[in-house]
Design a binder for this molecule. Sequence first.
Ligand code: MSP
Length: 512
Amino acid sequence: MKYTITTPLYYVNDKPHLGSSYTTIACDALARFHRLKGNTVLFVTGVDEHGQKIERTALEKNLEPQHHCDTITEKYIFLWDKLNISYDRFIRTTSPEHIALVHEFYTRVLASEDVYMGRQNGWYCVGCEEYKEVDNREKSHYCPIHKKELEWRDEENLFFKLSKYQDQIEKLIKADGFISPNSRKNEIINFVSKGLRDFSISRVNLKWGINVPANKDHTFYVWFDALLGYLSGSLTDPMVPELNDNSLVNWPANIHIIGKDILRFHAVYWPAMLMSAGLKTPVSVFGHGFLTREGQKMGKSLGNVLDPIDLLEYGGIDAMRWFLLRDIEFGEDGDFQIKRFVDIVNSDLSNTIGNLLNRTVTMSKKWFQDCIPVDDPLLINSQLREISKIKISEYMNSFNNNNFKNSANAIIDFANSANLFLNERTPWKLIKEIDKRDIVAKDIYSVLESCRLIGVLLYPFVPDLSTRILKQLKIDSSSITFDKSLVWGLLNPKSVLPNPKPVMDKIEFDEL
Ligand code: MSP
């Protein structure tokens, strides 16, 4: 089965922050999960480079917009590389292929007679690149997200006939599974029920955008341009920006993962645009919560961002990926606190999982000539085997519902059970009795086998740590699939184990 997953295309007004890393890590975990399930995954990410916000930022820095975009885009690519993000396509909205695709798409929308010239006036937030509804009794108007004053606009724009799609959109957003989580679905249903209004898709007096063919003074509204990045990312041949039956691979997207602030664009505007162009609408849209720091949304415009590179240097890639997916309920807001970060990572990864592996490998090597014990693993019917079945099923169900936290909990529960099993069976006592050697062999095998399964389950979350765990058990992580790897008893008996090395160092707590 094919599975297409997208991150938002990030604005390049500043370097990436922890919020953008969060979305991208979540998408990466999902992409890896689906690859392990045997799906053909297309994982699209990229950057949103046009619009007034970017033009102004470049101007403030005295840079050509393109030069500014190149510099920031490089930082995104660099960070995704550091975070081991396994994207298949990286879209830049300033690339000639994307620009050609926007023109092609627009031709189709024009052919549907969905565009007209009109007048747009209202209060605009450059940070959101969006007109805002305001309370006219107030003297000045602020954006609740960016805490900045809104700007008055009154200009001639091209409009897209969103209202024409009222019925189709209503039906779509109410459909099961289209919008998640459910709390956000109601918000959108409520918005649409008030009646959809046409929205402007072009700007005058803005040079830094894609030109509108046949309307020389207009450039496309940045959102109209950026959303089409998902199509650019799905072209069979990225250099041939056509829109026909054969030109899109893996379309429609199975899931657009985005933050809650841009859900409307994805769940309402975007499907209507696709309908107008005669293309399929996405299967689902997931609006996650915000990462806060000291209770405030972390954002480039607010200046309270936590630099992901600093956090990476502080705790490492596994710590960062694990914490974000394990501690925050995907869909809800989450507050980042450094003490909690250190505690969770040390407890889960160093103690519960790392020590379990380390001490069991040590015992196994010491008592069984450096090897994994037991001749016939299928004879082993330990309680851990039963627990593994339950925990694997919890992990799968949760992951299939994008509930990373519960999936991670299932792994930790499983590792806790293995630790408990060891403590109850006390192999270090039994090994002293000659007739108990067989029992010890089976117990040690069971725990090592549990570690192998844990290593596989960890892969979507923390691929680097997973690889180290599997290597310690002499398993090549490049060839794992759930189908072939989540079967009890695959650990090769009698194979020689490498010397135990801690797979996860503890983080020393310090302020960041
Ligand atoms: N360029 C648009 C998206 C266009 S998609 C075709 C955009 N860019 S953004 O850089 O401002 O935001 C990208 C994503 O980051 C959004 O999903 C937004 O919700 C998310 N986040 C921004 N700050 C965030 C946090 N503090 N926490 C979590 N996610 C956050 O919007």
